[in-house]
Design a binder for this molecule. Sequence first.
Ligand code: GAL
Length: 429
Amino acid sequence: MRAMTTTPSQRLARGLLPLTLMLSTATFAQDATSGGEVEVLNWWTSGGEAKALGALKDELADDGIGWQNMPVAGGAGTNAMAVLRSRITSNNPPTAAQVLGYDAQDWADRDALSSLDDVAEAGNWDEVFPQPIQRFAKSDGHWIAAPFEIHSTNWVWANTSMMEALGIEQPETWDDFIASLKTAQEAGHTGLAYGGQPWQDATVFENVVLATGGADFYRQAMIDLDPEALDSDTMVESFENFRELLQYKDDNSPGRDWNLATAMVINGDALYQIMGDWAKGEFLNADLTPGEDFMCFRTPGTQEAVTFNSDLMIMFDTGDEQQQSMQRTMAEIIGSPEFQITFSQFKGSVPARNDLPSDELDACAQRGYEQAKAAADSDTLLGSMAHGYAAPASVKNAVFDIVSSFVNGNMPSDVAAEQLAMAVQGASS
Ligand code: GAL
């Protein structure tokens, strides 16, 4: 992919604005933003994530906009959201922040955000972003966030040479998956690279729920929060399957960051990692090629659906004209076709826009992009619980508590299902 050198006026031209409006907007953007700087709160601190973020920084620089990074380490934004809240409470909002679905809605409900309607209209966002993304990037019919990409969480990342050495074929079913982990363990290897942090526990757990109960059950339990589904035999079975899977992690997993777990697969210290496709950003950052050095496949048993999340950039309403102009430029960059592709090439994701050619995406992303689009059309693009797209933060955190207690203790599966239903009910009432 060539480096992007588009100017604001070129991007506006792609939105097919009338020439007069195009020129006046571009001129305004240049005058109002020159010398300005955006402060961007995010949790993109791993190698692949930082490279992807760098693509935004470079694009802004081309438009004469400076960059003040505000990174808050901690996967899935667990720490970043606390920092963001305290910045807003002390009346010192950043220019923009990376957030996930329900959190974006929450900030919109508090009237904290700038509208992105003019950028969205010029870029035809209503047509090119799929409905499941619009559901979270719009509020009351207005665009309040710019979607970076679509990530999905039901992926396995595998070390190809270990698979070959162990004679393991890509597993298609949950049982085959477990059998392959057993093969690795019996040969003295760690089967599952695992990061024992609540959001990672929940990421793996949502994979197991989908593999165990299927798409309809996932929706009932995780999205509709149906108490009967949460405390059902299928949920008990999900916890049983989860317990079985956990036998294949190593003893040093508690507290491990996700990218260190990815490094275990990269370095041949573990066979598989179950993780969202941001993990692929780490393989790519290590110059590894999908389909050759590493494999990607949908978590066996989950092939009928895609569990997704999408990073959204929200812009805070500071009342400052220069900031507003820079915010619009940033939103315009994020939504543009070239940026959507370049960003995903670093990040491991697929474009959130559904109208782009896929030939510049890698083999995993080409498949992932088709799968995400097909899932959006067939209503099987299901929000990730662990990543803020299934339920509001209060419920998500209640799920994290139960799932992590299960991972770190000896809670029987039937007790876990019962507690999950109670905790979700308590958090959602
Ligand atoms: C997700 C986020 C990704 C990636 C990951 C690990 O929630 O959408 O962009 O950062 O967390 O932190």
